[in-house]
Each structure stands twice: as C-alpha cells, then as structure tokens.
Design a protein around this ligand. Structure first.
Ligand code: ST9
Ligand code: ZN
Ligand code: ZN
Length: 341
C-alpha cells in the first residue's frame, strides 16, 4: 500500500460511506454529495445464509459441550488436525500464495494447499482471492466486501449474510484475475467445488473418527465437522474484524489495519495486519517469522527447504525501518521507539 493509497482510505472513512454508518452520525451537508451513489443501497438479507450461520453457531456450542463430555480424545485431536490443515490452506494457500503471489509453489504443494483450502469451505480459491484483492485495493470503502467502517458485526460475519454493495461488483471489475485463470489447479477446484467441498469439509472429517476409532457418528458430526468448521471461520473472520480495530499501528497510522497478537496466535500468523496491509507481498505477512506467532511462515519455510516453495518475497529491514519512522505510531516491536531499533 502506498502512502497515496493510505490517504484515499482515510478520506473514504470520513465520508461515512454506508447507510449504517450514516444512520449513526448526523449527516453533514458537505458529505451529501459524496454519499449520493450509496443512497439507494439497502440491505438485501440472504436468509438462507442467516439460517445456515445460526445453525453452525448454535451447534458449535453443542459441539464444544460434546468435546468435553462425550468425544473420544482421538476425535478431538483429529478435529484440531483438520482445522490446522484447512487453516494453512487459507493462510499459505489462498492468502499468501494465490492472492498475494508472495512466493511460488510447485504443483504438488499447490495441489496440497488446494485440498486443504477446500476443506476450509471459505468459497473456492478464485472467489476468495477476488474478494481479498478487493479488500486490499479498496480497503474500508464500499467496494471493500468487508468494509470495517460498517462495524464489527458487518466485517466479521454480516457481509456474508447480505447482497454485496454494488461498488464491490462495479469497481471489482478492475481486479486482474488472469493469473488464477491460468492455474489449472484453481480452475479445476472451481469446476468441481460443489462436489469436493462437501466431501472434504464435512463428509470426510466426520467419517474418519467413525470408521477408524468407532466414534459415535452424532458426536463426530458436531465435533469434527460443524464445530471445527465454524471455529476456523471465526478465527479467519477475526482478521477482518479485530485486526482492523484493536491494536497498534507501527507501520502506517492512516489505515485501519492493526497489529494484534491474539489474532496472530489464533490465526496462524495472520494478525500482523498493519504490516500486511503496508507490505502485502511479504510471504511472512508480518515483519517477523515463525516464532513470533506465525506458524504459516514456518510451513512455507519448510516447503522452501525441500524445494516445493521458491522465490519467497520479503522486505528489507531498511525499507521497514524507513516506513515505520515515516508513517508508523512508534510502536514497532512493542513500545521501543523506532530510533532505538
Ligand atoms: C468465508 C470467506 O468465510 C472468508 C474470507 C475471509 C478473508 C480473510 C482474509 C484475511 C487473511 C487470511 C486470514 C486467514 C486466517 C486463518 C485463521 C486460522 C484460525 N470483485 O458473491 P456474489 C461479482 S466464506 C469483482 O454472489 P451477491 C461477480 O461477477 C464462508 N466482482 O454477490 C459475481 O459473479 P461470479 C462460506 C465481484 O449476490 C457476482 O458479483 N461461504 C466481486 O451480492 C455475484 O457475486 C458462504 O457463506 C468482487 N470482489 O451475494 C457464502 N464479488 O461469482 C457466502 C462479486 O459468477 N456468500 N462480484 O463471477 C454468498 O452467499 C454471497 O457471496 C453473498 C453476496 C450473499 C455474500
Ligand atoms: Zn485487512
Ligand atoms: Zn492480504
């Protein structure tokens, strides 16, 4: 993100671009013109999604109860393993590889990441990447699918329950997706998604415990399928919500993205979001690596050592320092002033 782009973000925030934001603030005359294009915009709720998310969250609570009262320990370990694999499919795969091209991967690694990402059911790679590229390009404007100026609920989950703002579709047309059209694994996943996704996200995770250690199918469904899926969704969504709200801004104070340790720890290294919005091409998605709550970086480093991942992109220390000194809040590495680093 350039400084110029940062200022666009700032301006759009002050315009209170959505109906929700406007209803909370007294409209100022000078904003009226800027708000014109969004005046017609109304929430168009997709009730099918609302019901699905209600089911998922209510039965996730039940799954947590079963985890502590009825599930076999192997089932709990299995659920965590599937969650982690699916998480890496999102972080190392959809996010750092396909969306940001922050490293290159040979086809066996791409296939593995594609299988893992399918188990995460966060839409197929193509759709995931298109929305995330829109998020980076149009952060916190109406063209950002999960515009964080519309509040925690909207950017966490609400955006998946309503029709998208027209700006997402209109301005989203400018997003170049030709690289994904040229990746046969991505094209294959998109074509077969309606079959592979239910199998990898729900059927297989629930079947394995029943088949291999005789778990009760009811318990297996709610712990290894429903609870596991919903927990990963919420972990991922925290990057869009909490990591755009609560934390410090060592690299750029003009954007909403923040550094949030808890989100990084839960999100396999994806909570260092102020850094990530400033330097989105860094394969670490953070200044620091594996041991700083960044397991995804360890995963990519491992595959780089065996030659399946290559051309890892990163940012020089000098460039990071200069940027932090110029636009940061002085909190890089805890509270140490930038001059002391
Ligand atoms: C989910 C995604 O959860 C989560 C993404 C999170 C991203 C986080 C990123 C942070 C970094 C990574 C962190 C990892 C952390 C890991 C944690 C580990 C613990 N640009 O969408 P449609 C056009 S999904 C350009 O139907 P509606 C396009 O032409 C959860 N154009 O819009 C499209 O047609 P087509 C499961 C765009 O009708 C057409 O519009 N999935 C763009 O308004 C229609 O698109 C669900 O719940 C764009 N960005 O519907 C499904 N977008 O596709 C939920 C659209 O044919 N989704 N167009 O080209 C839906 O039901 C609908 O999308 C909708 C909107 C109702 C939300
Ligand atoms: Zn973001
Ligand atoms: Zn990103």
């Amino acid at each position: 993100l350039t400084e110029a782009e940062g200022s666009v973000v700032y301006q759009s925030k002050s315009q209170k671009p959505t109906s929700v934001a406007r209803s909370r603030s007294a409209p100022h005359k000078e904003h009226d013109e800027a708000e014109q294009p969004t005046k017609q915009y109304k929430w168009d709720i997709r009730w099918r999604n609302v019901i699905a998310f209600l089911y998922l969250h209510i039965f996730t609570l039940y799954g947590i109860y079963l985890t502590f009262t009825a599930a076999k320990y192997q089932t709990v370990i299995w659920a965590y393993a599937v969650l982690s694999a699916a998480a890496v499919g999102v972080t190392a795969g959809a996010h750092r590889l396909w969306c940001h091209r922050s490293y290159k991967a040979k086809w066996p690694l791409r296939l593995l990441l594609c299988i893992f990402q399918t188990a995460a059911f966060q839409n197929h790679i193509y759709e995931w990447v298109r929305d995330h590229r829109a998020h980076h390009k149009f952060t916190d404007t109406d063209a950002d699918p999960h515009n964080s100026t519309r509040g925690f609920f909207f950017c966490h989950i609400g955006w998946l329950m309503v029709r998208k703002h027209p700006d997402v579709k209109i301005r989203g047309k400018s997003i170049d997706m030709s690289d994904l059209d040229a990746d046969p694994i991505v094209v294959w996943q998109r074509r077969t998604y309606l079959i592979t996704m239910p199998l990898l996200c729900f059927v297989l995770p629930a079947w394995v415990p029943v088949h291999f250690w005789n778990e009760d199918p009811w318990v297996s469904w709610y712990v290894a399928a429903i609870m596991r899926y919903t927990l990963l969704l919420n972990g991922t969504w925290l990057v869009n919500s909490a990591a755009h709200m609560w934390g410090n801004k060592p690299f750029d104070t003009s954007i909403s993205a923040v550094e949030n340790f808890s989100v990084a720890a839960i999100g396999y290294g994806e909570g260092w979001h102020n850094y990530h919005h400033v330097f989105p091409w860094d394969y670490k998605a953070a200044e620091l690596g594996t041991y700083r709550a960044n397991l995804t970086t360890g995963f990519i480093d491992f595959f780089s050592r065996i030659g399946w991942a290559y051309d890892l992109k990163t940012v020089s220390l000098e460039m990071i320092r200069r940027r932090a000194a110029r636009t940061g809040d002085g909190s890089r590495h805890g509270d140490a002033p930038v001059e002391e680093l």
